[in-house]
Design a protein around this ligand. Structure first.
Ligand code: NDP
Length: 252
């Protein structure tokens, strides 16, 4: 690949890269020329094999993003082993479902730890050497439609994803003039393990499809393209954007 979207010479750290949206982002960045460090708590063998098949270079970094200290250490270890990282994709995320009145502290904390706390401290760890050396970098946070809407029975998820949108804007304001582009992608209904139960429920599936202007579920690869754009020179003046990739869901 050449030109505006060429990521040769760049090194990305993608969290939750073993499956779903994270895997698709890892593959898209790899196909665009970046080296990809695939980070998460499960084996990355499948993603590494796909990267190899595409002629791209990938590495595994195993850690649990529920523990922000472990996340920081894993990131630092990866940078020491493979060299400076200049693209950070905060994709790992979880959801817990219960009515607001029945929501437990554990279901609140578990979601916040992975979806928001580790994300912030990874951004900080990623940015420090870049800001100190006047280098350049890209942060992409994975938000959600629920960064903009309420949802039902997903209190901690909605709060975490609204938090991601706010955090993305704050970091963009602090770092836009200092060489780091911070943006977010807000996926709509994407066909992954995460949404399998919704798709299996015929009535829910039909209701969702009726409301998506594009008339289909998104594919994880639809998010990969947006990640390549935001990592590329084409997005050099894009800062603090939370870009919906949702088949038009939010436009309705
Ligand atoms: P998946 O459930 O398929 O993937 C989630 C990823 O996060 C997995 O790789 C999972 O690893 C990883 N992960 C979760 N908890 C941890 C942890 N403690 N430590 C390390 N890794 C962890 O879901 P999606 O691909 O659909 O979701 C990816 C992102 O996109 C999430 O942030 C989600 O909120 C967001 N999103 C998804 C939408 C959709 O419709 N699918 C819509 C809007 C946003 P493991 O496999 O080991 O559990």
């Amino acid at each position: 690949m050449s030109g505006l979207f060429d990521l040769s010479g760049r090194r990305a750290f993608v969290t939750g890269a073993n499956t779903g949206i994270g895997q698709a982002i890892a593959l898209s960045l790899g196909e665009a020329g970046a080296q990809v460090i695939c980070a998460g708590r499960s084996s990355m063998a499948g993603t590494l094999a796909k990267l190899k098949e595409a002629g791209a270079t990938g590495f595994e970094c195993l850690t649990d993003f529920a523990d922000k200290d472990a996340a920081i250490k894993a990131f630092e270890r990866a940078a020491e082993t493979h060299g400076p990282i200049d693209i950070l994709v905060n994709n790992a995320g979880i959801i817990r479902r219960a009515d607001a009145l029945d929501f437990t502290e554990a279901d609140w904390d578990d979601v916040m730890d992975v979806n928001l706390k580790s994300v912030f401290f990874l951004c900080q760890t990623f940015a420090r050497p870049i800001l100190n050396s006047k280098a350049e970098g890209t942060i992409i946070n994975i938000a959600s439609m629920l960064s903009f809407q309420g949802g039902i029975r997903v209190a901690s998820y909605t709060a975490s994803k609204s938090g991601i949108a706010g955090l993305t804007k704050l970091l963009a304001c602090e770092w836009a003039g200092k060489g780091i582009n911070v943006n977010a992608i807000a996926p709509g209904y994407i066909s992954t393990n995460n949404t399998e139960a919704l798709r299996a429920d015929q009535q829910r599936n039909d209701d969702i499809l009726k409301r998506i202007p594009a008339g289909r579920w998104g594919e994880a690869s639809d998010i990969g393209g947006a990640a390549v754009f935001l990592s590329s020179k084409a997005a050099r003046y894009v800062h603090g954007a939370v870009i919906p990739v949702d088949g038009g869901w939010l436009a309705r």
